[in-house]
Design a protein around this ligand. Structure first.
Ligand code: EPU
Length: 438
C-alpha cells in the first residue's frame, strides 16, 4: 500500500488547473445507459472511482473508448442488469446505474451498498423515488431487485427530502429515470448541487426535457427516447476548495485556473472570514474562473455547519478543519450531512491539534503549530485534510493508506510538488525498511 511522506512548512506557489469533477462524472457516466447512441464525455478525471464505474458499465454492455481527453461510451448489449457486490462495495456511487437501468431495460439488480467510513448512508430515498415512478423493489440476497411492470415508468410527483435534507445521487437516479417515463415528473426537495445541474445539462443535450435543476423543484417531461451527445463535465469544486485550503494553510500564493467559483460561495465566504485572500482574476465564465488565493499571517477562527448546497459542503469539512487547527481562537464545525464524519479529528490531534468532539459538533482550539506524525487516512476527504495538515506541520508527516485519496484526487502529490510542496509517494514496505512507523 502506498503512503505519502510530507515535509511540511513550505509555502505553495505557482499556478494549477482544476480537473473535471469526480462527483459530476459518476452519474453522468451512468447516464450513457439511457441511450443506444454514442455519448462523448470530456474532462472525465482519470481516477480509481471512474475506472470502477467504467468497469461496471462494461459489465452492463456499455463500452468505452478513449481518445485524447474524450471518452466515448456506447451501449451495445442490453442483456445484463446486474451491478455486482464486488464493484458496489468498492464504490457506493455504483447505485447511480439503478435509475438508468430501470428506465431503459425495465429491470435492475444492484447490490445494496453497505457501511461506509463516513457513516450510515441509506438509499431509501432512491428507492422511494423509483417506486413512485412505478418500479417494484424487493431485496434478495443482499441485492436490490427492481422491475417495471408494463415496461415503462410513469411520471409522478415525488417528495425526495429525508431526515438530512435532500439526496444528491438519489436526485440523480430519479431524475435520470424520469427522463424516459410516460408523462411529467416533479421532484420536490431535490438536491440543488451543481453536479445535479451538470447531469441535467447532459440529459437535456441527449434530448431530455428537464427544467428547474439547481432549484429544489425539478420538473421532467418524459420523452420516448434519448440520443447521443458531446459534453464536457464541470470542474471539481471539491478539488478546487482543497487546493485553496492548501494555498492558505502553507501561507502560499496560488493562481487556480478552471475554478468553478460560482459553485463555491459557501467555501469562499468561509476562507475570507478566516482572513484568506480569494481574488478572481478572470471570471468571464464563473464556472471556469482563474482565481488567486493567498494567506495572511494567522487565520481567524470561524464557525461552519455543513449543509446541502448552497451551504458549506461536507466534502470540504475535513480540509477546512485542518485550517481551523491553526486559527487564532476557537472554531466550531457542525456536521449536518454525515454526523459521524470526523475520523480525521483524532489523526489531526496526533499532529498537535486540539479538537473536542461532542456528537455532530467539533470544537477546535487553534494551536500555534502542528507537528509531523504518522497518521492514517480513513476516507477520501479525511485524507485530503491530513495532506493539508502535513503540508503545514513542522517536520515529517507520514500518511498511510493513501489509496483513499486516489479515489478522488488525480496525482495529488505530483501536482503539489510542482507548486513547491515536499511530498512523496512511497510504498509502505519501503517505509518499513526506512524504519519509519507505519
Ligand atoms: N440519505 C438518506 N437516504 C437516502 C440517501 C441519502 O437518508 O436514500 C441521507 C444520507 O445518509 C446523508 C444525506 O442524506 O445524511 C445526504 O446524502 P446524499 O444522498 O446526498 O449523498 P450521496 O449522494 O450518496 C454525494 C457525494 C458525496 C457527498 C454527498 C453530500 C457522490 C458520488 N458522492 O453522496 O461525496 O458527500 O453527496 O454532498 O456524488 C465524496 O466525494 O467524498 C463524497 C462522499
Amino acid at each position: 500500500m502506498d503512503a505519502f511522506v510530507i515535509s511540511g512548512g513550505r509555502p505553495l506557489e505557482g499556478r494549477i488547473s482544476v480537473n473535471g469533477s469526480k462527483n459530476a462524472s459518476l452519474p453522468i457516466l451512468a447516464a450513457a445507459l439511457l441511450t443506444d447512441e454514442a455519448v462523448t464525455l470530456r474532462g472525465i478525471p482519470d481516477l480509481a472511482d471512474i475506472a470502477n464505474m467504467l468497469r461496471l458499465l462494461g459489465e452492463l454492455g456499455c463500452y468505452c473508448q478513449a481518445s485524447g481527453d474524450a471518452l466515448t461510451l456506447r451501449t451495445i448489449d442490453s442483456t445484463s442488469v446486474h451491478a455486482r457486490y464486488d464493484i458496489v462495495r468498492t464504490m457506493r456511487a455504483s447505485v447511480c446505474v439503478l435509475g438508468p437501468l430501470l428506465a431503459m431495460r425495465g429491470h435492475a439488480r444492484v447490490s445494496m451498498p453497505g457501511g461506509c467510513a463516513i457513516g450510515h448512508r441509506p438509499i431509501d430515498l432512491h428507492l422511494k423515488g423509483l417506486e413512485a415512478l412505478g418500479a417494484r423493489v424487493t431485496l434478495d440476497n443482499g441485492d436490490i431487485v427492481a422491475s417495471v411492470p408494463g415496461g415503462r415508468l410513469v411520471g409522478a410527483g415525488i417528495f425526495l427530502g429525508g431526515a438530512y435534507g435532500s439526496t444528491v445521487l438519489g436526485t440523480a437516479n430519479v431524475m435520470s429515470a424520469a427522463t424516459l417515463a410516460r408523462g411529467r415528473t416533479v421532484i420536490e426537495s431535490a438536491a440543488c448541487e451543481p453536479e445535479v445541474v451538470d447531469l441535467a445539462k447532459l440529459l437535456n443535450a441527449m434530448g431530455a426535457r428537464i427544467s428547474g435543476a439547481g432549484s429544489p423543484r425539478i420538473v421532467i417531461e418524459g420523452v420516448d427516447q434519448l440520443g447521443g451527445a458531446d459534453f464536457e463535465v464541470m470542474a471539481d469544486r471539491i478539488e478546487a476548495g482543497t487546493l485553496m485550503g492548501a494555498a492558505a494553510i502553507t501561507g502560499g500564493d496560488l493562481v487556480i485556473d478552471n475554478c468553478p467559483l460560482d459553485a463555491m460561495m459557501g467555501a469562499i465566504e468561509t476562507l475570507r472570514t478566516m482572513g484568506v485572500g480569494v481574488e478572481p482574476i478572470v471570471a468571464s465564465d464563473p464556472m471556469r474562473a482563474s482565481v488567486r488565493v493567498f494567506a495572511g499571517s494567522r487565520f481567524r477562527p470561524v464557525e461552519i455547519t455543513t449543509q446541502p448546497h448552497p451551504g458549506f459542503p461536507t466534502d470540504l469539512q475535513a480540509q477546512f478543519m485542518a485550517l481551523m487547527t491553526l486559527a487564532d481562537g476557537i472554531s466550531v464545525v457542525t456536521e449536518k450531512i454525515f454526523p459521524e464524519r470526523f475520523l480525521h479529528a483524532p489523526e489531526l490531534a496526533r499532529m498537535g491539534a486540539t479538537i473536542h468532539r461532542s456528537g455532530s459538533t467539533a470544537i477546535i482550539a487553534g494551536v500555534k503549530r502542528l507537528v509531523g506524525a504518522p497518521v492514517m487516512a480513513s476516507d477520501l476527504r479525511a485524507s485530503a485534510g491530513l495532506v493539508l495538515a502535513g503540508l503545514a506541520a513542522q517536520g515529517e508527516t507520514v500518511i498511510n493508506r493513501v489509496y483513499h485519496l486516489d479515489r478522488g484526487y488525480l496525482s495529488l502529490e505530483r501536482r503539489l510538488q510542482e507548486l513547491g510542496g515536499q511530498i512523496e509517494r512511497v510504498d509502505d514496505r519501503v517505509l518499513a525498511a526506512r524504519d519509519v512507523a507505519v
